[in-house]
Design a protein around this ligand. Structure first.
Ligand code: FAD
Length: 353
């Protein structure tokens, strides 16, 4: 998770949850590798199952009642309440916040229009490659790097994230460009130097909605959607944890207000969509357009490295986006000039960065 995630939590994460702190990024573009280093943590690596369990514990500490292993089958809003049917009984409440991921039952059975086109969804496949602690040190080298690989998949990228004793190795692409997920990962791992001698265990694959593109409604009478089921993942790099947490917090505020005022109508609850738009969905639109420009045209590695990844202003923008001091709408203006020069250079004008 990027450093800005911690700014949304009003408690500290236990040390044992943080398996690695990346302060530097290695960007691989074809044969070239561009490094940039900082003196601050940009990304905290954690294991999702432990992180999610910890968040659930904190919710219980704050008074929530956790009912686990009761898959929701359907949800329905009536004039007086929401009815949730699970494999182990039914529940009623005044309001419901659905956060059951992409393709979850809340959006599907709750009457939300939630259909995604294949070019509005990312396919991501990753494997946890055990390399041992020495293997991590060998792979990472001197700095505390994470690695991103561009040009390894059509309309997507690859990543290698170090953890305690294993590397999370993954690659994503637009679902519309997917041929064979296993082949995509196999092809990617062959291109990553340093993985040759390790077994690549069975991967997991999931979909990520490229938020902002589809804009499915996130509020209906008595119901709100948060996280992936609302499409709240950033469309350029597929970051979703931060936006799930932020959207969830806004949803909680709006739900509390609705209960206080006894207003559960769509008109009142649509304030949630407006607040999410102002907080982050507006940035998804910008990120989606950048993604279309960066991924859908033929990669021009040399010029992209030269005008962007080696450019100090671009690197500062990456840091700002990760730590949360910049949003995509701020970055757009900052990168307009390097982008303009890049386009001119592609047309044949002899320009330096
Ligand atoms: C391979 C991959 C790598 C990624 N890497 C990153 C990353 O490094 N950083 C980042 O920020 N984002 C990353 N993302 C995106 C991120 O994982 C998601 O955006 C984020 O997890 C969304 O959170 P969520 O709570 O909305 O949904 P989820 O994390 O999908 O959680 C949904 C929850 O709902 C539960 N659920 C589903 N159906 C039901 C049901 N019927 N009844 C009861 N419970 C149900 C599920 O069990 C699950 O616990 C990645 C995504 C993928 C696919």
């Amino acid at each position: 998770m990027t450093a800005k995630v911690l700014t949304r939590l009003d408690f500290k994460l236990p040390k044992e949850l943080i398996e690695y702190e990346a302060k530097a990024v290695r960007t691989h573009l074809g044969e070239s590798v561009i490094r940039f280093e900082t003196d601050q943590t940009l990304v905290y690596m954690t294991s999702r199952s432990k992180f999610d369990s910890f968040l659930a514990e904190k919710a219980v500490e704050a008074g929530a009642e956790l009912k686990d292993k009761k898959p929701v089958r359907s949800v329905e809003a009536t004039g007086t309440h929401v009815e949730v049917k699970t494999s182990d009984g039914d529940f009623r409440s005044k309001m419901l916040i659905g956060a059951d991921g992409m393709g979850g039952q809340t959006a599907r059975t709750g009457g939300f229009y939630a259909s995604w086109k294949p070019d509005q969804v990312a396919y991501a496949i990753e494997s946890e490659v055990y390399v041992g602690e020495k293997g991590i040190r060998d792979f990472v080298g001197d700095g505390s790097y994470l690695d991103l690989y561009f040009g390894v998949s059509s309309a997507g990228y690859g990543w290698v994230f170090p953890k305690n004793d294993h590397l999370t190795v993954g690659v994503g692409c637009r679902l519309s460009r997917l041929h064979d997920g296993q082949d995509l990962l196999k092809g990617f791992t062959k291109r990553v130097q340093g993985l040759e001698t390790f077994d690549i265990p069975k991967p997991d694959a999931h979909l990520i909605p490229l938020g902002g593109a589809a804009k499915i409604p996130a509020a209906r009478e008595r119901m709100l959607l948060a996280g992936d089921c609302a499409g709240f993942a950033e469309p350029l790099l597929g970051e979703g944890i931060y936006f799930s947490i932020l959207g969830g917090q806004i949803a909680a505020d709006v739900a509390a207000e609705a209960c206080f005022r006894e207003r559960f109508d769509r008109r009142f609850l649509s304030d949630y969509e407006r607040r999410c738009w102002r907080a982050f969905v507006a940035d998804f639109d910008v990120a989606y357009r950048i993604a279309c420009l960066s991924y859908l045209e033929q990669y021009d590695m040399d010029r992209i490295s030269h005008f962007f990844f080696e450019n100090k202003q671009f690197q500062d923008c990456m840091v700002g986006l990760m730590e949360g001091s910049l949003r995509y709408r701020d970055v757009r203006a900052k990168l307009a000039w390097p982008y303009f020069k890049y386009r001119l250079a592609r047309l044949g004008f002899p320009l330096s960065s």
